[in-house]
Ligand binder design. Structure first.
Ligand code: CO
Length: 678
């Protein structure tokens, strides 16, 4: 059979009642998971999936991906939604179409390897709640990380789809790591493990059409399991790759509904339906139904999310991705985080440093969580390293990777980086070579104990086991023990449309500014002046009480004429300030002095010493030291979660912890004083 025989036209009537194709291409729709994850940071709410779910159930998709990946994290963290409830809800609307989830192997739906007890229970609960297809991958393609979850999937009679993460070290397939032989070898491993289907997971949209053709041909010849192609549009190649893969005999293709398609998401389904119409691979889908679904998404759903779309560029393709092999989700995360840190201008440096960090960390594929690990370490290197020293701030996750906790890297990790990362590492300085989860202590019983009185069922416990800090906060919201903050509330369509109208008006120059900026009041006699040092900057801050509340009267930033190191801060001796002024952060009062000035936060009056400043915005995981503890320079004092990575913050000096200004779970801004060491 020649290649041209693979896709054939059949003489037919193009009307609605077209005959069923001999070998229709199967389509998995990703709109409700990878679609919104790629385009608007996984913020899609269940209530915005329901209006299209029944119509989507009629299309004839092989499966719909609706869960897993980043959804579990964003739902409980940002949307105040119970992740488990989404499966149960959607299951009521998708009566015919199997539900599919993205499972990150032993990482489940988090960013680290969880112990076997958590992994097995998580999969059991996903099955019980209604999941049918488990698209399972490991970021390092180390399938020892499937050993815990796959037997649970198979024993429950569910579909195990084994993935191989598609990665490159050069512009096209080849080189000395990611070759056809490499992927064929991986596919055979997956088949041996009982994979019902095998997926080429091209998360960054790197697969070129002719490479897709060669690869699918080779895989079809090597294994019996149907082959599935998942290729993001990011670089602009995926619709071409889809077509070449179909010519090579691929069985299943991933697409999104048009409004959730393209950019860093996936190619749209509609053009593919039309492309294959009347061939032996015809999808058989009703294009009119697809258009109806699109209209609903476009008019009733997407206006609520428009503000999340990246409108910083006009182009819908990212040619840069071909050079730095960065998955779409990782790109938008890096951009967001750099923006939050006022360092967006350094994105080009980040792109330059990234391949170097990746190579040093074992030339690993870039996919969650390795994309985060490599990405954040790269940002840390760009922001904190100098000519004398690289890897000044190594994240906890890079240390884990160097120890072997994520599995075996494609090539060995740079020995110098590995040695530096493992210096003083809690599990030991010698890396392991066995299956990562074997060294992990069970965690589920502890999680049960720690959520006693709060968690109602095992699903609650798992939310906590996977995400202790934000998981506990969510459970408190869920059971009315804490008021959820306004930012987790859903936006209504009316609110969204009103906002959009306002923006349009402003853009057209029709918005008149009503009020001029308030004039500063004259300085009063109760004004007190503070000196605040932040890195090399020095601020003189005037604080005066008005109606019992201290307010910032002025802030002068003095260009560092004398470039001092992060120096000992000696604020004025404490004097009685206005009544009702917040107490200076005493050792026992963890409340940050945020009311006075969000950034930079003034240091606690009356405490002398060197402040440890938050190098980036984030959430306090824990303080490793208590007030009164002595600490050596370089020793970890605080663990700060930023960009989903845990950063161990070292003490800038040796001394005693004089004050601690926050507690576990607090959000901090860049340059907040986390503690003072004197
Ligand atoms: Co994807």
């Amino acid at each position: 059979m020649s290649d041209h025989d693979q896709v054939k036209m059949t003489k037919m009537n193009y009307g609605k009642a077209r005959p069923k194709a001999k070998n229709p291409i199967k389509i998995e729709d990703l709109t409700l998971r990878d679609g919104h994850q790629s385009i608007f940071a996984t913020r899609g709410r269940t209530e915005d999936m329901i209006p299209v779910a029944e119509m989507m159930d009629e299309v004839g998709f092989w499966a719909v991906e609706v869960w897993g990946g980043a959804t579990f994290d964003t739902m409980h963290r940002f949307l105040n939604e119970d992740p488990w409830e989404r499966i149960r809800t959607l299951k009521r609307y998708f009566k015919k179409t199997p539900l599919s989830m993205l499972l990150r192997g032993q990482n489940l739906v988090g960013y680290r390897n969880y112990p076997d007890d958590v992994a097995r229970t998580f999969v059991e609960r996903a099955v019980a709640n209604g999941m049918d297809i488990f698209r399972t991958f490991d970021a390092l393609n180390d399938y020892r990380n499937f050993d815990a979850v796959v037997p649970v999937i198979k024993d429950n009679g569910k579909h195990f789809q084994g993935c191989m993460c598609y990665s490159l070290t050069e512009p096209r397939m080849g080189g000395d790591v990611y070759t056809i032989d490499y992927y064929v070898g991986k596919a055979k491993e997956l088949e041996k493990m009982g994979a019902d289907t095998i997926c080429v997971k091209d998360m960054a949209g790197l697969i070129a059409p002719y490479d897709a053709y060669e690869l699918i041909k080779a895989l079809k010849a090597a294994v019996k399991a149907p082959i599935h192609l998942h290729s993001h549009f990011t670089s602009g190649m995926s619709s071409m790759s889809h077509l070449k893969a179909i010519e090579a005999g691929v069985d299943i293709i991933d697409t999104c509904m048009a409004p959730y398609a393209y950019r860093t998401s996936h190619a749209a389904v509609e053009p593919l339906v039309m492309t294959l119409l009347g061939t032996n691979r015809d999808t058989g889908f009703d294009i009119e139904l697809l258009v109806k679904i699109n209209e609903k998404l476009e008019k009733e759903i997407l206006p609520k999310y428009k503000h999340l779309l990246d409108d910083s560029k006009v182009s819908i393709t990212d040619t840069n991705v071909l050079l730095h092999q960065t998955p779409g989700g990782m790109l938008s995360n890096l951009v967001n985080q750099l923006r939050e840190m006022d360092a967006l201008d350094r994105i080009d440096e980040v792109y330059r440093e990234l391949p170097r960090v990746r190579k040093e960390l074992g030339q690993i594929p870039l996919v969650t969580p390795t994309s985060q690990i490599v990405g954040i370490q790269t940002v840390n290197n760009v922001l904190f390293d100098d000519e004398k020293e690289r890897y000044k701030m190594i994240t906890a996750q890079v240390k884990d990777l160097c120890y072997g906790l994520y599995g075996k890297t494609a090539v060995p990790i740079d020995p110098e980086v590995q040695k530096k990362a493992l210096k003083g590492y809690e599990r030991g300085e010698e890396p392991i070579t066995g299956r990562a989860a074997e060294v992990l202590e069970p965690e589920l019983d502890n999680a049960k104990k720690e959520t006693e009185g709060l968690a109602v069922d095992i699903d609650d416990v798992l939310i906590y086991a996977l995400y202790p800090l934000t998981g506990k906060r969510f459970l408190n919201w869920k059971y009315g023990k804490e008021e959820p903050p306004p930012e987790v509330r859903a936006k209504t369509l009316d609110e969204a449309l009103a906002e959009e109208a306002l923006i349009k008006k402003a853009r057209a120059g029709l918005l008149v500014e009503k009020e001029k900026k308030k004039e500063a009041p004259p300085k009063g006699e109760n004004l007190r002046t503070f000196n605040v040092f932040v890195d090399d900057d020095y601020f003189e801050v005037g604080v005066e009480a008005v109606d019992g509340e201290p307010v910032i009267s002025y802030v002068h930033q003095t260009p560092a004429a004398t470039p001092e190191p992060v120096g000992p801060v000696t604020p004025e001796p404490p004097q009685p300030v206005a009544p009702a002024a917040p107490a200076p952060a005493a050792p026992t009062a963890p409340e940050p002095p945020k009311q006075i000035a969000p950034e930079p936060a003034p240091v606690a009056a009356g405490v002398e010493g060197t402040p440890l400043l938050a190098p980036m915005p984030g959430m306090i995981v824990s303080y490793q030291k208590q007030v009164g503890d002595s600490v050596n320079e370089g020793e970890t004092v605080v663990v700060l979660e930023a960009m989903k990575m845990e950063n161990a913050l070292p003490s800038p000096v040796s001394g005693t912890v004089k004050s601690i200004n926050f507690s576990s779970g607090d959000s901090v801004a860049k340059n907040d004083v986390l503690c003072i060491i004197g």
